[in-house]
Every structure is written in C-alpha cells, then in structure tokens.
Write a protein that binds this ligand. Structure first.
Ligand code: NAG
Ligand code: NAG
Ligand code: NAG
Ligand code: NAG
Ligand code: NAG
Ligand code: NAG
Ligand code: NAG
Ligand code: NAG
Ligand code: NAG
Ligand code: NAG
Ligand code: NAG
Length: 866
C-alpha cells in the first residue's frame, strides 16, 4: 500500500476544497507522525508524551507553519459519559479558548467507555462499553497534523454515520458528505450542502452528533476558536483548524438527547429567558421615527392583537452611533412618555446595538479611545479601523480588563435614555464592510501566508486578522469569540445592575453563549425555502445549548407574500423566540399587512402560543434545568423510528407532549402526515388520530386556520384560559387554568408546570420556583385519581394562575358521575359538563371553586367516580 506523504495529502485537501471532499481511502493511507514515549495511566485518565517522528517529516511548504515537535496528550475521564482529550505543545504555550467550559467536580464513577492508546504511531481509541462500538478512533494510520497554523485529526470508524452540528450555516439537519467552514462571518444565509466553502455564517459551533445505522448516537466537540473546517464522510468526521490546540470532548450518547445533554454539561445549561421574552415580538428595520413605531403598537391594540415587545433596528440612532437616540426623529421626552405607556400596557422595548463604534466625536467613542479599549491594528497600533453602517468604525477589545465595565456603563446611560427591557446585539461577527483594516491590505496573515485557509481569505468582511487585542492576543485566534464576549458583558448589565434575567439577542454566538443570551438566525429571505430551513436552524441551536432561538418570521430580505407570511405566522408563533421582522427595503409584513384573513390567522396563532405559554415556559425551564431540548426533531423523542429520520422538517416536537405538522409548501392545504407509533389527540378538538399501519394520515392544513398540533397520550398540559383576551403574556399571569389530560393506553397521564416570578436571575441556583407534578392514575373501573404534588415550592403567589377552572380529558370513555377535590382535608365538588360541543371521548369537568382554592400550584387530590 502506497504511503502518501502528508505534504501530498495537504495538497489534495487544498486543491479539492472548492469542489469536493477528501477521499476516505487516502485518509486511511496516512500515518500519524508522532510516537508516544511515556504513558501514565490512572483511574482519572491517561497522560502521555509524544514526539514528532522525523521519518514522517513534513516537507516543502509546511515550513510556513512549523511542526510542533513534542506533544502532551492528556486524556481525562471527566464523567461516566464523557472523555476530554487535550493535546498540547509540550514546550510552548498556545492559544486556548477562555470562558467556555463550566467547572465540574471530579467524582468517582464507573465509566461507560474504555480508552486505549497506541504508541507507535500515536493512536487513541474510545469504545462505548454498552454495545462495544468504537465512538472515537484517532487511527495510527490516518491523517493527523500538529503544525503551528494547521492542526488536523479525524475520527475514522468502520461503520456508517450521519452527522448533525458544525454550525452555523443553512443546511439540512444531517449534513451531506463534505467540508464545513467554521469562522464567524456576516453573510446572508448562503445554502451550504457541504460543497460551499463559504457557507459559514455568524456563529461557530464545532460540535457534532453522530447517528449510526442502529440510531445510536455519540458526540464530539472541539473547543477551538480558530478558523476551521469540519469534515463529514460516510464513516468519518474530522477537523482541520488553523490554530489553538486540540481540546476535544467525546460524548457516549447513546441517544441524540443524551449527547446534547452531555455536551451542555460541558458548556453549561442555558440561562432562563425572562418570561416576557417568550411572548410575541414585532420588529422592522424602517421604524424610522417615533410616530411610526407608536402607530405600530396602536394598531396592535386596535386589532386586539397580543404584543409583548416592539423593536427598533438602527433607525433610532443618531448617525448610527451606538447609545444615542436621534433627537429629531425620536425626541427624548416624548420617547420616554411612550415607553411609560408601553410599560403600562405590559409591553417592552428592545433596541439594537451594533458592534462597530462610530469614529465620531461623541462620548462612547471618545471614552473608548481615551481608555484604549479598542482592538489595535497591527501596523501602527491605532484603533483597528473598519467600515460599517456609520462609516468608519472601531471595535471594542473584550479582552481588555476594563471593556466589560465600559460597556455596562454605556448601557446604564442608554437605559436612562431609553428604558429598554432587552438588548439586541448585531453585526458582532464582528462584521466589516471592507476586508481588513481601512487603508491597509491584509499582508501579515492572509490566505497566501496561511498553510491552510478554510473557505475564502479569513480577512474577508473581518477586521484585519493580524489586529491585536489586550495582552498581545491576535484577532486571528479570537475573531469568532466577539459576539460571545459581547453577550457576556451585555448580560452583566441586566444581572448585576438591574438584578434581573438578561434578554440579549445576538447574531454571533459560540459554545457557552446560551448561559448568557438568546439568538436569532440572522438575515434570511422571504422565501418558502428559508421558512423550511428555519426549522433546522432552530433544531441546531437547541442542540448548541441556545434554545431561545427564532428566525425572522415572514422573512427578512425581499417582499413576502400573504400566503407565505400567513404560513410563517402559523409556524413562527411556535418558535421558542417569536419575532416578525424585516428589512427596510421590503414591504410591510405586520399581521395586518395583507388584510383581514392574515390578521385573523395571525391573531389565532399568537393566542395559540398564549394558551400554551405556561407549558412553553415550563418546557423551556427544563432546557435550563437539565439540558432537555424544547423545539426538537421528532426522532429525539422516538429515536428508534427510522421513518422519523426522513423529511425531518415535516414535523417537530415541542417539549415532551406536542407534535406539530407545519404547512411548508406554497399552494398546499392538505398533506400526508406521519406520526410516531403512539396515541395522539388533536390538540384543539381532542379527536384521537386513528393510525393504520402506515402511520400516515392526511391532515387538513387550512391557510385561514390553526397549525396542526397533536397531544401525545399520557400528557397533562396546563392551558391558560385568558389567552382568549390577553394582550400580553403578563396579563396571562392572572389566568385560570384548564388542565388538559390526554390519556395513554393505560389510561394514565402526567405533566408538570413551573411557576416563578419570570424575571429574577437566581431562580434555578436558589431553587426559587415552584414545580408541580400532575399525575392521573387509573385505580379501577369506577375510580380515577389526579394528584397534584409539589416537587419544589419556594415560589408563592396568591393571585397568579389562581384557579383550575376546568379539567378536560382526552380519551375518556365516559363522563364521571362525581368529582371530589381534596385540598387541606376539605372536599370541593366539581360539576360535570355534558357539553354537546364536545366530541366523543372528550370529557369536560368544570370546577366550581367558590369554597376553596383548587389551584395549579397547590397540592391537592381529585377523585373521579364513575
Ligand atoms: C514519564 O512521565 C512521568 C510523569 O508523567 C515522569 O515522572 C517520568 O520521568 C517520565 N519518564 C520518561 C522516561 O520520560
Ligand atoms: C524548512 O525548514 C528547515 C529547518 O528550519 C530548513 O532547513 C529548510 O531549508 C526549510 N525548507 C524550506 C523549503 O524553506
Ligand atoms: C491533565 O488534565 C487534568 C484535568 O484538567 C489536569 O489536572 C492535569 O494537570 C493535566 N495534566 C497534564 C500533564 O497536563
Ligand atoms: C462542586 O462541589 C462544590 C463543593 O462540594 C459544590 O458547591 C458545587 O456546587 C459543585 N459543583 C458542581 C457543578 O456540581
Ligand atoms: C436538503 O434536502 C433536500 C431534500 O432531500 C434537498 O432537496 C436539498 O438540496 C438539501 N439541501 C442541502 C443544503 O443539502
Ligand atoms: C415619520 O416617518 C414617516 C415615513 O417616513 C413620515 O411620513 C412622517 O412624516 C414622519 N413623522 C415625523 C414626525 O417625522
Ligand atoms: C468634539 O466635540 C466637542 C463638543 O461636542 C468639541 O468641543 C470638540 O472640539 C470636538 N473635538 C473634535 C476633535 O472635533
Ligand atoms: C438620565 O437622563 C436624564 C435626562 O432624562 C439626565 O438629566 C440624567 O443626568 C441622566 N442620568 C444619568 C445617570 O445618566
Ligand atoms: C498576503 O500578503 C502578502 C504579503 O505578505 C501579499 O503579497 C499577498 O498578496 C497577500 N495575499 C492576499 C490574498 O491578500
Ligand atoms: C425569589 O423570588 C422572589 C419572587 O418570588 C423574588 O422577589 C426574589 O428576589 C427571588 N430571589 C432570588 C435570589 O432570585
Ligand atoms: C377563575 O376561576 C374563579 C373560580 O372558579 C372564578 O371565580 C373566576 O371568575 C375565574 N376567572 C376568570 C377570569 O374567568
């Protein structure tokens, strides 16, 4: 077998990077050019030292990036479900990413994996004990390099896998065979099929979930912030990065949900979003003066449409200067009076802040210059100069120890000016309309000088990557961290100064972002295709630990149409973050923009979200509490149903209990719809879906109507009665509750609800919430019992969600004859309703609450006698 030199391999990699992927055979014909000298094994891991093997010496242009001679390999068994592999230069320190990994406590455990190491050449093998499958194989006979600007390693398996992850891009959920660039870049949603080296977008998430042929999963995460490529093959997955170290985590799975949780244990579970931010948001670039934006809110009120927050894009600023409010178009006194009015309606204001600070004589700029808080150009150490909306702009250096305080101070001043409730940070890739520093071609580091460039020159739409941060850190190493570090500083304003949960919406993100902020998927198009891809974007960010995510509803760029916008309102009203937003060049697309049909449909869609708000809040709580997914592919809940891996956007799960079949195609109003093998009821009517052995039924998908949602048998869901009339989620807090009980085949059901103040930041850490579990049990043919029990009960509120008004049972065979509610040893009777509007198998019980407090957040027991 011909042994191909690494030089040749790199040549192949480079020459194919624009059209095709590397060849699996070639990958396996290489040799790892390092030999292990010394291995120490302990119960906590393996430490080994390796040296470059001169007989595999790299030749020719590898001199541009010197080969690291000695490597320290540190394999740590961090938990029973994950292994960390760090490979560093033994003799010199190299760039390592800060602030991402959450501390963990070493405990004793029985690992669910075995780790083996090969010595000559170096190899590392990890086997999942439960099924003996290899989940990581750094094959001694495979491509591996550890050069200064060029590090590559592969996980080569002897079975086929599908890969999800490697964000951010517009792609399918499982990635085609190909190469995927990861480097933060401001780019309007190019489609990336694995053959588009410039398909990389705003965020960087070098995490993957691999799914094997038996639908078992494992995961990998390369903690590295340099520009890199992720490789996806039929039976391999790998990375080639332009710097840093190998700091790689392996997760054993074995389900996708397990891998996601195991990953989030490393990067941290997401922060709770403020309750209000789960409501409905309206935005538009072009709310150009106070009169216009006031009118938008007035129209929401006039049409009795719920609204929780109104947004401003860069329209409000003076000359696009951050932290200013244009005195002519947004007169301050009138503006604050309007904000007071908004707040009296329980509505919120969220303005945008861009990354580039205008190079103008004004306070934010002057102070940042005076304190030297800027990124420096590599030529004269002046502020690195880019061009964005205000023209010339300079950029904060988040590595300077005083930058975060400066930022918080600016936000304090800006809060005084605008009393915002959340902050939208944009352009933070950080984006630059020119390539590199204004007036200087990028000559120190560029695609000519780099031994390997993922995608196009990394100076494209970036500050010069040779720009310098505090402590001499190169932009080259930290470019993709800009948005993440800006989010951390913005988060501080809310948590430290307002003592509240933060709502920070970002465009650029990095692993760990979810602990500090939310995310939208950036500039999409008002096209059907982009509505479809939005579902995958939301799946992905859920996996990346940023569950509070949404796409611009109705589309950002270009004119939407009534049909597309109506369908997008139906779908988008179920996004975790739900905001209608578009470009200043595009036609208006507020819910009334196309007349009464879309207005009515939008109103129904938003109110439907409101009916579910306590459920949504509760399920989102569990993303923060234990790393569950909220808006997820259906196969996350039914991993062994192979059909669910096809056409993954045709349906999705919202939390544990709801499946949604959106309408994603122009001109379609009925579609064959697949259901996993389970009991499903129509969410609205309670009609049980009758599945034959194809598990496919044809669902009507009316344009002027509600999206298809079905409830999984075995669920209890609290619904908010006031959703009919409320105009903000705040008003829902006074709502009575209808408990929807959907029985499974054992005639049982369970559910949960979390109650807290929705805004304080310590809720989970302090246990400052009440969690109730609802459990419906079949006792015998004459008795059922519903138990309402607290799991935690630190949050008390007399008047929020005061009463359970109704219990609605899906799948009941007959109305009970008698209902007794036991609270504090007292008995209340419920009245049984024979509502002719109800269909067979749906029972409704109205609770007359005059002599007691039957509430969703206090313990009780309900006995149903037949
Ligand atoms: C091997 O490593 C251990 C510590 O990890 C060190 O004490 C020992 O000297 C090393 N031996 C050689 C031959 O390098
Ligand atoms: C590569 O580096 C080695 C040692 O530093 C040197 O001897 C050799 O001439 C260099 N090769 C090229 C092609 O520059
Ligand atoms: C290996 O990693 C562990 C855990 O991070 C650390 O405590 C230890 O010092 C490391 N050992 C070496 C040789 O780097
Ligand atoms: C680690 O242990 C400390 C001390 O026992 C504890 O306070 C902390 O909560 C633990 N952290 C984690 C992540 O379990
Ligand atoms: C995603 O899958 C669909 C259906 O198979 C296909 O038409 C489309 O080209 C794929 N998109 C990408 C980016 O691979
Ligand atoms: C606000 O902007 C709109 C549209 O550009 C314009 O018609 C209107 O006159 C402006 N109002 C004020 C008070 O500037
Ligand atoms: C900046 O503006 C202030 C007043 O706003 C003025 O006094 C000062 O001269 C200006 N500085 C420059 C350099 O233009
Ligand atoms: C807040 O704004 C008012 C004007 O509305 C101004 O008088 C006051 O100085 C500002 N306070 C701070 C702390 O910036
Ligand atoms: C990179 O910089 C070199 C000088 O160091 C210059 O000759 C070359 O043209 C630059 N290449 C690009 C793609 O900018
Ligand atoms: C706990 O919740 C209460 C509201 O019920 C709030 O006033 C308090 O500040 C919260 N405490 C913490 C530490 O978050
Ligand atoms: C909530 O339920 C209580 C008790 O049944 C009832 O008195 C009250 O009118 C209900 N509130 C609303 C808004 O329906």
């Amino acid at each position: 077998m011909a042994k191909i030199s690494n030089w040749l391999i790199f040549l192949i990699l480079i020459s194919t990077s624009t059209q095709t992927y590397i060849n699996e055979d070639i990958l396996k014909e290489c040799q790892v050019p390092y030999t292990v000298k010394n291995i120490t094994r302990t119960s906590q891991g393996i430490v080994a030292y390796a040296s470059f093997n001169p007989s595999s010496k790299l030749i020719s242009d590898q001199n541009k990036s010197h080969t690291i001679q000695k490597l320290t390999i540190n394999i740590t068994y961090e938990t029973s479900e994950r292994v960390r592999i760090q490979i560093k230069d033994t003799e010199h320190s190299r760039w390592e990413v800060p602030k991402v990994v959450v501390p963990y406590n070493q405990t004793t455990f029985e690992p669910k994996y075995d780790v083996m190491i090969d010595e000559d050449p170096l190899g590392i093998l990890i086997i999942r004990k439960s099924d003996g499958k290899v989940i990581f194989n750094l094959d001694p006979n495979s491509l591996f390099s550890y050069n200064d600007q060029d590090i590559a390693f592969f996980n080569i398996l002897d079975y086929d896998i599908k890969i999800m992850g490697f964000g951010e891009r517009v792609s399918n959920l499982t990635l085609n065979r190909g190469e995927y660039t990861m480097w933060s870049r401001d780019r309007c949603s190019p489609i990336d099929d694995g053959n588009n080296p410039n398909g990389n977008m705003y965020s960087v998430h070098p995490f993957y979930v691999a799914i094997d042929e038996d639908f078992k999963c494992f995961g990998g995460f390369l903690l590295n912030s340099n520009a890199m490529t992720g490789f996806v093959g039929n039976s391999y997955v790998g990375y080639r990065t332009t710097g840093g170290i190998i700091d790689f985590y392996v997760f054993v799975g074995p389900t996708a949900a397990d891998v996601v949780r195991q990953y989030q244990e490393v990067i941290g579970f997401p922060a709770l979003a403020p309750y209000w931010s789960l409501g409905w948001h309206q935005s538009h670039w072009g709310y150009n003066n106070l009169t216009i934006i006031e009118k938008i809110v007035d129209l929401y009120m006039r049409y009795k449409l719920p609204l929780d927050s109104i947004w401003n894009d860069i329209d409000y600023m003076t000359k696009f200067e951050d932290f200013t409010l244009d005195p002519d178009r947004y007169p301050h006194e009138e503006f604050l009076a309007w904000i007071d009015h908004l707040h009296s309606l329980h509505k919120h204001y969220v303005p945008i802040i861009d990354a580039g600070i205008a190079k103008q004589n004004y306070s934010a700029y002057n102070e940042m210059i005076q304190k030297e808080l800027y990124i420096k150009d590599p030529y004269n150490s002046n502020p690195a100069d880019g061009v964005v909306w205000p023209g010339d702009a300079v950029f904060l250096d988040w590595f300077h120890p005083n930058t975060s305080d400066f930022w918080v101070d600016q936000l304090i001043g800006f809060y005084n000016l605008t009393e915002f409730s959340g902050i939208w940070i944009d352009m933070n890739e950080a984006s630059n309309f020119i390539n590199g520093d204004f007036g200087h071609p990028a000559t120190i580091i560029n695609s000519t000088t780099m031994p390997y460039t993922p995608g196009e020159d990394i100076n494209t739409n970036s500050l010069d990557v040779a720009s310098i941060h505090y402590g001499g850190i190169l932009e080259y190493n930290v470019h993709s961290l800009y948005g993440f570090m800006e989010t951390i500083a913005t988060n501080r304003f809310f948590t430290e100064n307002l003592n509240k949960r933060a709502f920070v919406l970002t465009r650029s993100s990095f692993p760990g972002h979810g602990r500090f902020g939310s995310k939208w998927t950036g500039d999409n198009y008002a096209k059907w295709e982009y509505m479809r891809y939005s579902i995958i974007g939301i799946f992905n960010f859920g996996m990346f630990g940023i569950p509070h995510v949404g796409a611009d509803i109705c589309g950002f760029i270009g004119d939407t149409t009534e049909e597309l916008c109506t369908r997008w309102m139906q779908l988008g009203s179920l996004y975790p973050f739900a905001r209608n937003h578009n470009d200043n060049q595009a036609l208006p697309q507020e819910p009334w923009a196309f007349g009464t049909n879309m207005l009515e449909t939008s109103n129904m869609a938003i109110r439907n979200r409101y009916f579910l708000m306590l459920y949504i809040y509760t399920e989102m709580f569990f993303t923060s509490f234990s790393g569950e997914m909220f808006f997820k592919p259906t196969f996350f809940s039914y991993p062994y149903d192979r059909i669910l891996y096809e056409n993954v956007i045709n349906h999705f799960m919202l939390g544990k209990s709801l499946i949604v079949h959106p309408c994603l195609w122009k001109g379609v109003s009925r579609a064959d719809s697949y259901f996993p093998g389970d009991i499903w009821y129509n969410f609205y009517s309670g009609a049980r879906i009758k599945l034959d052995k194809t598990y496919v039924i044809s669902l009507e998908m009316p344009l002027h109507g509600l999206i298809n949602i079905h409830v999984r048998g075995g669920s209890i869901i609290p619904l908010l009665d006031s959703a009919d009339t409320a105009l903000s989620v705040e008003e829902l807090r006074n709502s009575n509750i209808t408990l929807l009980v959907a029985l499974n085949s054992n005639l049982e059901a369970a559910g949960r609800a979390v109650f807290d103040d929705g805004i304080s930041s310590g809720t989970i850490n302090e246990g400052n919430y009440t969690r109730m579990d609802y459990h419906w049990r079949f006792m015998n043919y004459s008795t059922d019992i519903l138990d309402i029990q607290p799991i935690n009960s630190k949050y008390e509120s007399e008047n929020e969600f005061p009463h359970i008004s109704n219990i609605k049972i899906y799948g009941c065979s007959s109305l009970p004859k008698q209902v007794e509610i036991l609270i504090d040893n007292r008995v209340i009777q419920g009245s049984i309703i024979n509502d002719p509007g109800l269909i067979p198998d749906v029972c409704k019980i109205e609770i007359s609450n005059s002599n007691g407090n039957f509430s969703p957040n206090r313990p009780s027991q309900v006995i149903f006698r037949y």
